[in-house]
Write a protein that binds this ligand. Sequence first.
Ligand SMILES: [Zn+2]
Length: 333
Amino acid sequence: MNTFHYTAPNKRMRLSAPSVFIALALSVVVCLHAPLSRSQERCGAGNALEASVEEIASGVYVRAGVTATMTADNAGAIANVGFIIGTEAIAVIDTGGSACDGSRLRAAIRARSQLPIKFVINTHMHPDHVFGNAAFVADGPTFIGHHNLARALAARGAHYLEANRDIMGAAALAGTEIIAPGLPVEDPIEIALGGTTLEIVAHPTGHTDNDLTVFDRRTRTLWTGDLVFLEHLPVVDGSLKGWLAVMDALKKIPALRAVPGHGPVSVPWPRGVADQERYLAVLVEDLRGLIATGRSMNDAIAVAAESERDKWLLFDEFNARNASVGFAELEWE
Ligand SMILES: [Zn+2]
């Protein structure tokens, strides 16, 4: 059951003039008295700096994420996120890791176009991809996600907020809200921006159970979300075998380039998925070998995919977790 409800922005954002004045006055007081972290400086009221974006194809812009975990200093800006500008409308694809991060992305859009932001597409549930949604609510877009996304955010959203407040500090996540999709995608859909059409596809369980891809027909650019990682070790939060199957399907898409969820902002397609494919295949092969020789899960986690250690960033942060997910999945084959 979906316990999240999309709230119409005009209802949520209605503020009386006195309340706006009080909020502004309070923010001035806070600014005068509290030392600001770097993320707050960049996102001060009315002073959101633009995210630095790269136009990787005509009308297709990506803000590169840093390869790191979410911290106050990076404002959660660790995933590749961006937008596509058509002749009539704009679609945002993932919104970043905080309302602050989202507001910088929005500022980058507005520096380039005043067309309506009609769509905000979330590729999956992870905080670095959805925590910036609140920055776009006042634009009144249709929020689009996988049909499992609302359920996933209902189950995990509160925990994501709490855990990241502990890590990043409450100030870095000021204004950050969980906003579920108003338009769930099950069968593929198309949305028109004028001058181009985006094909949006919901996939079976892979990186997560709510992965969505976006294909821009005009430039043949495929936004993979976290179905593709480069440099940053892939993170399995769904199904190891499922992900390998989804990758096989993605490779058949006639894209010229892809925007991976982490790593470079643009990679040739399908060549760009080769590193990830190798890592996941090694992990499966190692785990199968360890299971066949009767090794325990703990033993397996300690050694599986060790040959990949030097080929990735954040290996220690995520490999053991991937191995435990994979072990649980493969031991009953
Ligand atoms: Zn993810």
